[in-house]
Design a protein around this ligand. Sequence first.
Ligand code: PMP
Length: 355
Amino acid sequence: MSRFFSARYADLTPYTPGEQPQNRRYIKLNTNESPFPPSPGVAAAVEAESRRLALYSDPECVKLRKKMADVYGLGPDQIVMTNGSDEVLNFAFMAFADEEHPLAFADVTYGFYPVFAQINRIPYTEIPLKSDFCLDPADYIGLNKTVVIANPNAPTGLALPLGDIERIVKSNPDNVVIVDEAYVDFGGESAVTLLNRYENLLVTGTFSKSRSMAGARLGFGFGSKKLIADLNTLRYSTNPYNINRLTDAAGQAALAENDYYMANCRTIIENRAWTTEQLRSLGFRVLDSQTNFVFAESPDIAGRELYSKLKDAGILVRHFDKERLQNFNRITIGTKEQMQTLIDTIASITGGDKP
Ligand code: PMP
């Protein structure tokens, strides 16, 4: 730390992104990216748009929001587009949480929540998941705090039924409930259908997972017009051109080819079922995932050791150094061939017979 670094941030522990190694080609199953490329129209749209890079991008993303509105059945003024969903989450924390409206989220969930809380100096409570890693909705009923729930959750992959989300939203009418749906396209139930009934609901999502665009950085927030206007106040106070021209064009092209992405999601769901079955037959405990990853614990080998051995063998998975998660690894679901290689490699590491 330099002597110039503001004391405001001296205690900040930054988020640790998953490894993005540049030195070697790995089978990359560590950051929940899609194994499939963007749809064909995306490359063409980006190429065409690149000729207009001398001009600033549209700060309102008018065309993109119109297409989002059509796909999701909302009004364009119920939508804000952001630089990944990380950005909308940060804006939402800034906008809707403070000393009077402290944050509450699970003890095992997306690692950026405590970081955004810290950088914005918002007090927060981490509510323990049950011993089976399920979230108990009762813990959030009438909590009177700004609630954040990743649904489905990461890194567990477990999803809450929509009825539970609705009860939580309904019982906290004076606080915003943020539902982070980064993984919803892989089997979760979206809370978008509740938006017109609850003014305190904000749903966030991303093009990073189901739409194969993690590198383009495109996320979004859905809410009442007023919530979205508040988020725009913060967006225009930090970075009005948060969506660059290439990403805007890529997003529009992706929405025009939505069927391609939904078909890819079905393939991931099939590969997830296969991988879960194979890991279980190797003795692993695998949580029931509704996402594009599985969270798995081996009875034979510590989580970090399995992570290291897989890395030596050219496969990257994600291990979290958190007490409760010691023996687990989070494994992104890739293509069938990638998953076959993963299973064969794990079988040879643990000495199990290939299933
Ligand atoms: N929410 C959850 C639960 C996530 O796992 C991630 C991915 N790291 C994000 C939000 C943010 O993803 P992005 O900024 O790429 O949209």
